[in-house]
Design a protein around this ligand. Structure first.
Ligand code: BT5
Length: 249
C-alpha cells in the first residue's frame, strides 16, 4: 500500500515510492534553502549508514529525512541525533516495542540481560555550517517497520517481528515528526530523556575509534551528547563522530 499523505504538522512531506537515499534528496532541498521538510520513501536503493556503511531499506520500512535549520553552534549537532533517537524510541514504544537507545545512534531491542540487542532503527545526521553556526541539518531515520527480520541484515529486528503487527506508517511518521519537533524545541530535556531510555548507560563497553580502542564503564552522556566512560585510567569522553563501533564487553 502507498504511504502517500500530507502531515498535519509541523513538517511538510515529500513522498517517494523509491529513491536512492532520502538523505541525498533532503540535502538537495537543504542546499536550496528549504527547512522543515520531511522526505519519505517506501524503499531506498542506495541508502547509507555512518562511515560509508550500507543501510538496507526494502519496501515496507519507514525511511525518512528531516531538514531543519537550527541557529546553534555545530557542537550541538549531536543533540539532534539524540533527539531523533528519543523520538523514534518513544513512538516505537507506543507501538508496543521494548525500544531502547544504544549510544550514539541506534534504537535497539534488548535480548536477555547480558547487554545483547537487535537493531530496530538507525540515524544518520549530516550538516553544513560555519564554525559558529549550523546552516542546515539533515536527520535521516531508518525504522524497520512493516518488514520481516529475515529480509534484513543479521542482528536486525522490526516492529512486525517484535509485536506481530504492522503499523500505520502515516500515523507513525506523524507522531515521529511531532516528537522530534518537541525535542528540538527543548534540547535541554533531550539529554535527560535520552538517559532514561539508554541501554548503554551502566554497561561495560568497548569503543572502537580510528585512534584506538577504549574499554570502560559507560556512566553518562554530556550536555552535547558525548559518552562519558570510566576507564582504568580515569574518566574520559568520546564524541559520536569518533565512535566507529560500540559493543558491550
Ligand atoms: C546507521 O548507520 O544506523 C544509520 C542508518 C540511517 C538510515 C537512514 S534511512 C533514511 C536516511 N537515508 C539514508 O540513506 N540513510 C538514512 P550505522 O550505525 O553505520 O549502522 C549501519 C549498520 O547497520 C550496517 O553496517 C549493518 O550492519 C546494519 N544494518 C544495515 N541495514 C540495517 C537495517 N535495516 N536494520 C538494522 N541494521 C541494519
Amino acid at each position: 500500500p502507498s504511504i502517500e499523505y500530507e502531515l498535519e504538522a509541523p513538517f511538510s512531506v515529500e513522498y517517494h515510492d523509491a529513491v536512492e537515499s532520502t538523505n541525498d534528496l533532503a540535502r538537495e532541498r537543504a542546499v536550496h534553502g528549504a527547512t522543515d521538510v520531511a522526505v519519505v520513501a517506501n524503499e531506498q536503493r542506495g541508502s547509507r549508514g555512518r562511515l560509508e556503511r550500507e543501510w538496507s531499506s526494502p519496501a515496507g520500512g519507514i525511511w525518512i529525512s528531516l531538514v531543519t535549520r537550527p541557529a546553534v553552534a555545530p557542537a550541538r549537532a549531536p543533540l539532534y541525533t539524540l533527539a531523533a533517537a528519543v523520538a523514534t524510541a518513544r513512538i516505537a514504544r507506543e507501538a508496543g516495542v521494548d525500544a531502547q537507545i544504544k549510544w550514539p545512534n541506534d534504537v535497539v531491542v534488548p535480548v536477555g540481560d547480558d547487554g545483547d540487542y537487535r537493531k530496530l532503527a538507525g540515524i544518520l545526521t549530516e550538516m553544513e555550517g560555519e564554525t559558529d553556526r549550523i546552516d542546515w541539518l539533515v536527520v535521516g531515520i531508518g525504522i524497520n517497520a512493516n518488514l520481516d527480520a529475515s529480509d534484513l541484515p543479521d542482528g536486525a529486528t522490526s516492529v512486525r517481528d517484535e509485536t506481530g503487527d504492522d503499523v500505520d506508517r502515516r500515523r507513525f511518521v506523524q507522531r515521529l515528526v511531532e516528537e522530534f519537533d518537541r525535542a528540538r524545541g527543548d534540547l535541554e530535556s533531550v539529554v535527560s530523556a535520552w538517559r532514561e531510555l539508554a541501554l548503554t548507560i551502566g554497561q561495560r563497553v568497548r569503543v572502537e575509534r580510528a585512534t584506538g580502542e577504549l574499554v570502560g564503564d559507560a556512566v553518562d552522556v554530556t550536555e552535547t551528547g558525548a559518552l562519558v566512560l570510566e576507564t582504568d585510567d580515569g574518566r574520559t569522553t568520546v564524541s559520536a563522530g569518533d565512535c566507529e563501533h560500540l559493543r558491550p564487553t
